[in-house]
Design a protein around this ligand. Sequence first.
Ligand SMILES: [Zn+2]
Length: 237
Amino acid sequence: MVHQTEQTPSYLDDTHLTEIVTRVVAAGRQDDGAAWVAVRDNLFHPQGGGQPADRGWLDGCEVVPVRDAATGLVVLRAADADVRDLDGLAAGDEAKARVDADLRLLHAALHTAGHLVEAAGRAQDWTYTGSNHFPGQARIEFTPDDPGPLSDAGRREEAADRLRAFVAAAVADGLPVTAAPGPDGLRLVSIGGLHTAPCGGTHVRGLADLADVAITAVKLRKGRLRASYSASHRTAG
Ligand SMILES: [Zn+2]
């Protein structure tokens, strides 16, 4: 059986690496007969941590990366369920991997902006409870200690403006975004000295790479505050 140790998560090393030649370390079929392979240098971010999967290709075949719960490996399934055979790839074969570069950068921008919105909410003394970095539905959720005043629309809009000011100042400073292993081996992602969080997603190199960062709505529901946001990458599109 092939294990996670035989695969390197190349997507964590460099967000801007979008093509690589690698080698197949395992291949098989799902219960429904659809083919899958796992590659040694894995370029593809699987869906997880609130971030969508990369769109990508292995040789000529469009694939969807999925983390296999049993082995921890990221396996590549044919995007088209009718494809029974990923170009005949078998363990040991060389293959060219490629991801959709614009989509990669959009996901990285949204993910990084999410950390920034999280930092802005924490600066309000709100407790962070969750995030979603999907295009068109990106949001960070918090539980404020005392949500009472925020049930007032005017107070909520003032809070939204404080988040906007925090985010705008950090983007204007162009803070660097870095990743490093923490004391327990977890990957820690930092925005300058502003914010550090354990994270296995893809990020931009610095806040100067972000464009169109906007907090579009702040809503309160059952004591939870949801800050919806949007962002793009300045070079994508
Ligand atoms: Zn992250």
